[in-house]
Design a protein around this ligand. Structure first.
Ligand SMILES: NC(=O)c1ccc[n+]([C@@H]2O[C@H](COP(=O)([O-])OP(=O)(O)OC[C@H]3O[C@@H](n4cnc5c(N)ncnc54)[C@H](O)[C@@H]3O)[C@@H](O)[C@H]2O)c1
Length: 344
């Protein structure tokens, strides 16, 4: 284990095992332990990797052997747990969303920044081969500037999914529904590839899960970028299947189409495949299989060997888009996408 950063994954539900897998595979990291308030979950995952089982975050924080904590718990715990970890001197990996809303995210970021720990805010879809390639093609300027874009996320979340954990489907504990949990990835990709936006107009509804959840299962939005760029967004948890992201960016001399885990360049009506995501990813493939690349990049950077990852800024960006969408949908008006202020 010498030379490797010792990590503990907190929250052993759906996504915790994906983090454990990535840490175990990274040359820069070692899985020191896992933690869950449900002992049977911590014990099962610890048994798989032969690491320690913790049952309370406080015990993780008081263990001097722990360098990095992964927060894979319900949404409403993220910011307070992240602050506690940072104040204990632990580097952080925080699953999305960074917090329930922008005010909380910004307050947590300010406190964390003062501690000097490093933070990876998970937006792993930026690290899939297709998105990496799309970003490279757009930034190269080879096909001219971005004219506009559109994205759709059509997934299925059943009553059984919402019954599987009591924090889901509630404003107080999930912070919303489809938008903050599933579609935050698509919002982030649209802006990452289509360019930073200044305002948003949105609507949301509960079309298929009425009586099951108090939050939205469907939303649509238009994001207003610079120079007249419009990015159109549609997402629902009420589809009959879980389909990978569908996203298109129109450039002056070509269109880029990301669909069914492949990236195509479209020119004169001809589609040319230029990238494809791996079919072999831990967790659900439609989550976007970028966790390992993202986390390995974070650990590489922590080890001083270089590595790219989504950090505090990107975590705040994700919450900024979600906040803007909810504000517009609630008021029925176009609203500015508030800029967060990076902690001094
Ligand atoms: N990036 C992605 O693609 C992706 C995919 C799935 C989930 N997620 C995110 O991961 C997080 C967890 O989601 P999930 O689906 O795994 O939820 P989950 O409910 O399946 O798992 C959460 C786990 O946290 C544990 N827990 C609750 N309070 C705790 C505490 N105080 N200390 C320690 N453990 C505690 C629960 O017992 C549970 O086992 C959410 O933020 C979710 O949005 C991200």
């Amino acid at each position: 284990m010498s030379g490797q950063l010792r990590a503990v994954v907190v929250g052993c539900g759906n996504i915790g095992p994906v983090h454990a897998d990535a840490v175990a595979k990274s040359a820069h990291a070692a899985l020191y332990g896992v933690c869950d308030i449900l002992p049977e979950r911590a014990d099962a995952l610890a048994g798989k990797y032969g690491c320690r089982a913790f049952y309370a975050l406080a015990d993780v924080l008081s263990d001097e052997n722990v360098d990095v904590v992964h927060i894979c718990t319900p949404h409403y715990l993220h910011d307070t747990q992240a602050v506690a970890c940072a104040q204990a001197g632990k580097h952080l990996v925080v699953e999305k969303p960074f917090a329930l809303n922008l005010a909380r995210a910004q307050a947590a970021a300010e406190t964390i920044a003062k501690t000097g720990v490093s933070v990876c805010a998970v937006l792993q879809n930026r690290y899939t081969p297709c998105v990496v390639k799309a970003k490279e093609l757009i930034d190269s300027g080879r096909y001219g500037r971005v004219l506009g874009g559109k994205g759709a996320l059509t997934w299925q979340r059943t009553p059984a999914y919402y019954a599987s954990a009591d924090w889901r489907g509630k404003w107080a504990t999930e912070g919303g529904g489809l938008v903050i949990n599933q579609a935050v990835h698509l919002l982030d990709l649209l802006e990452y590839l289509g360019g930073r936006c200044e305002a948003i107009t949105a609507t949301m509804a509960n079309r298929t899960l009425s009586g099951v959840i108090e939050v939205e299962d469907t939303a649509e939005a238009t994001l207003y970028g610079k120079d007249g760029v419009l990015l159109h967004f549609f997402a629902t948890n009420g589809y009959c299947a879980n389909v990978p992201f569908d996203l298109e960016i129109q450039l002056e001399h070509a269109a880029l189409r990301y669909t069914w885990d492949a990236l195509y360049v479209i020119q004169d009506g001809h589609l040319t495949e230029v990238a494809r995501n791996s079919a072999e990813v831990p967790g659900k493939p439609y989550w976007g299989g970028g966790h390992f690349v993202l986390l390995d990049g974070f650990y590489g950077a922590l080890a001083g060997e270089g590595g790219s990852y989504t950090g505090l800024s990107e975590g705040l960006d994700g919450v900024r888009l979600v906040d803007g969408l909810y504000a517009s949908a609630r008021t029925g008006k176009q609203v500015p996408l508030e800029e967060w202020i990076f902690p001094a």
